[in-house]
Design a protein. Structure first.
Length: 99
């Protein structure tokens, strides 16, 4: 998290069912972060609060795993540098495949 121009920005993170057991069963979590906030900042806060979730969504180098999709509101995030605005909902969904 970075220092910003004062105040905090509230961000809600929604977790897919498969990640909830690693976050104490929570379907959503709220974080107060110092602006400006990026997707990476939100993932850092999530990993600090729930390391097991952090390990499932990013690799050892901190790179988003290929099978994980992150949405800011209704839009798929293009990367960890994407901005996150006040009151935004960030949804984390592991990709589903079948065969």
């Amino acid at each position: 998290m970075r220092e910003g121009g004062g105040g905090v920005l509230k961000v809600v993170v929604r977790l897919a069912a498969g990640l909830r057991p690693h976050a104490g069963g929570a379907a959503s979590l709220a974080f107060d972060l110092a602006p400006p906030v990026t997707v990476g900042d939100v993932l850092d806060a999530l990993a600090a609060a729930h390391p097991s979730v952090g390990r499932r969504i990013r690799d050892e180098a901190g790179i988003l795993r290929r099978h994980v999709n992150v949405f800011v509101g209704p839009e798929k995030a293009g990367g960890v540098g994407d901005p996150v605005g006040e009151g935004a909902e960030v949804t984390i969904l592991p990709a589903v495949s079948g065969g």
